[in-house]
Design a protein around this ligand. Structure first.
Ligand code: GLN
Length: 475
């Protein structure tokens, strides 16, 4: 029996290499666990039929000595990341039955390390949402309390790991979709620097905000998976070359300063959530970090800016789903009614809402009033961060305003769901890396539920986030 409850990528690597167990044995253990739990949790939309075949190949690679950090590591993949020959639907009916014609760059990289892809993880339709309730294929439940959401939009990716159905997974983060669910499920979620990881083969939501990120149990694992997927890619012109990473990685001996924009915590944060955050800050002080109260004067506009830029980009990205090129096709009497019928029936409510908002803010007359203003404010917010990073090394905020909420609790109120993203969207707007790390728990309705603390660093300073995170968790 393999004890997967304590297993990490890091510890599995040693056990696989010393032949304590084989990849096939490891993968079978995960498949058993998935069989037991997935019906209830709905983390996976599909388990691939070649998983054991992949595992055998990984075992052979290990025997040949072709060993990489991710060799034989079983992972789940969000339903918006392409794997050649496999279905990918982005949680949408409009892509039902769509088979990916090529590998996303992150998949190519992981295949070259002989990682094992267990299956396709559920998500909010086209990654729009914070609870995975917007999936066309049913909600994903929180494995820690199945009456609650797992978070979103990468809810399936996160629940697969939290229920013991994968060792790690890939999610995507446009406004918090890796960090919020990991915070709800007690895991580590990284949103890498925009352009740090190739978006080639990731279905686009907001192209200037999207990034693929690792979901893991530990910060050490987050670093391993990030390292495996990062890097410049000729298929994505926004990717950075390796030499942008800070050369001097040895900040370990320096005393670092972490900034806290206390002014945005004053309004509306639950008492117990604030207490948990304050305790985390005390812990950081004890670990030797200096804490500085900083001002990010325009951060309060982040949510408004995000909910203009993201729908604008989404409305244009989703124009390609016209019933001709991909997936679903519903016949009308002519081309226009083909479009209208296919899109009307293929897209869910939230997607249609955002297409409407996006089209509105981009239309003549409103473009100047909304989209252009948002673009200007985005720059202003970025300038605030740049200035703050001249005074502090990293910035800390809670990941969310509260723990996982009940399924259905916010489903009828889109604005309440948008507010979920208040602490996570700034990192996407500015493009800086951010990590969510478990910070303890609060009691909600008689259940202890995890919370997360979020750290942000300047562009390409992921190493600093890993350093702080490891210290914080005592890894
Ligand atoms: N919750 C945010 C939204 O609904 C973020 C989504 C994401 O990061 N993909 O847009």
């Amino acid at each position: 029996m393999i004890d997967i409850s304590t297993l990490t990528i890091f510890s599995a690597r040693k056990k696989l290499d010393s032949k304590e167990f084989s990849v096939v044995e490891l993968v079978k253990t995960y498949l058993d666990e998935i069989n037991r739990k997935n019906k209830d949790i709905n983390a996976y939309l599909e388990i691939y039929n070649d998983v054991l075949e992949q595992a055998k190949m990984a075992d052979q690679a290990i025997t040949r000595g072709e060993i990489f950090p991710m060799t034989g590591i079983p992972i789940a993949v969000k339903d918006n990341i392409l794997i050649e020959g496999k279905t990918a639907t982005s949680g949408s009916k409009i892509l039902k039955g769509f088979v990916a014609p090529y590998d996303a760059t992150v998949i190519k990289k992981l295949k070259s390390q002989h990682a094992v892809f267990l299956g396709r993880a559920n998500m909010d339709e086209f990654a729009m949402g914070s609870s995975t309730e917007n999936s066309a294929f049913g909600v994903t439940k929180n494995p820690l309390d199945p009456t609650r959401v797992a978070g979103g939009s990468s809810g399936g990716s996160v629940a697969s790991v939290a229920m013991g159905g994968a060792l790690a997974s890939l999610g995507s983060d446009t406004g918090g979709s890796v960090r919020e669910p990991t915070s709800f499920c007690g895991l580590v979620g990284l949103k890498p620097t925009y352009g740090g990881v190739s978006r080639y083969g990731l279905m686009a939501l907001g192209s200037s905000l999207d990034v693929i990120g690792p979901v893991t149990k530990t910060v050490t694992d987050s670093e391993i998976l990030w390292d495996a997927i990062k890097g410049q890619d000729k298929m994505d012109s926004t990717t950075y070359s390796e030499d942008v990473y800070p050369k001097n990685k040895n900040s370990k001996n320096k005393s670092l300063t972490i900034g806290v924009p206390y002014h945005i915590l004053e309004k509306g944060l639950r008492g117990d959530v604030r207490k948990n955050f304050d305790e985390s800050i005390e812990k950081l002080k004890k670990l030797g970090y200096k804490i500085k109260d900083i001002k990010l004067p325009n951060i309060g506009y982040s949510l408004a800016v995000y909910y203009i830029i993201m729908p604008a980009e989404a409305s244009s990205n989703l124009a390609r789903f016209d019933g001709v090129k991909y997936g679903l096709h519903i016949d009308g009497n002519d081309l226009l009614s083909d479009y209208l019928k296919t899109r009307g029936m293929g897209f869910g409510e939230e997607v249609r809402r955002r297409i409407l908002i996006g089209t509105y803010v981009l239309s003549t007359g409103y473009y100047e009033a909304y989209y252009n203003k948002a673009i200007h404010l985005r720059q202003t917010i970025s300038n605030d961060f740049q200035k703050a990073f001249t005074e502090v090394n990293a910035i800390a905020l809670p990941t969310t305003t509260g723990p996982a909420f009940k399924i259905g609790e916010k489903a009828s109120d889109p604005l309440a769901l948008y507010l979920e993203d208040v602490f996570t969207v700034p990192a996407n707007i500015v493009g800086v890396p951010a990590i969510s790390i478990p910070s303890g728990s609060v009691n909600d309705g008689g259940v202890d539920l995890p919370l997360g603390i979020q750290f942000m660093a300047p562009h390409n300073c992921e190493e600093l986030l890993f350093e702080i995170g490891k210290k914080f968790l005592g890894e």
